[in-house]
Design a binder for this molecule. Structure first.
Ligand code: CO
Length: 134
């Protein structure tokens, strides 16, 4: 089951500048910064009530964020839903014909197991499923 809009992921060109901007916009500093080497990204997280804003900057030319920025510029990169059982949700979506970008849940930022749904099968939006690692 999808239980919450967990976060919106924003692709940014300059992580320091965007962190300062969002600190002002949200009226609070981020609670976490994290480098995810496997994805080639640096992330900064803000908590807003029950949801989060995740700023993402690419750290390698091969990073999906670097490619996204080159193609589309800064903006919303993905929306992420919290799920209670990521494998069950992946099976359910596969059955419904959605294209998943990874066959197995993988370790993402912020202590989560994640799986992505291809934007082509979700009206142009990259969708992330995430489940807290307990
Ligand atoms: Co995310």
């Amino acid at each position: 089951m999808l239980t919450n809009l967990e976060h919106l992921g924003l692709a940014v060109a300059d992580l320091t500048a965007a962190t300062e901007l969002y600190t002002l916009l949200l009226g609070q500093p981020p609670y976490k910064q994290e480098h995810v080497a496997s994805e080639g990204v640096d992330t900064v997280f803000f908590q807003v009530g029950g949801s989060k804003i995740e700023l993402l900057a690419g750290t390698t030319p091969e990073s999906a964020i670097t490619k996204f920025l080159a193609k589309k510029g800064e903006g919303i990169h993905h929306m992420a839903f919290e799920v209670d059982d990521i494998r069950a949700e992946m099976a359910r979506l596969r059955e419904q014909g959605f294209v998943l970008l990874n066959e197995e849940p993988k370790r993402g930022a912020d202590n989560k197991l994640v799986c992505f749904v291809h934007p082509k099968s979700a009206a142009g939006v990259l969708v992330e499923l995430c489940q807290e690692i307990r």
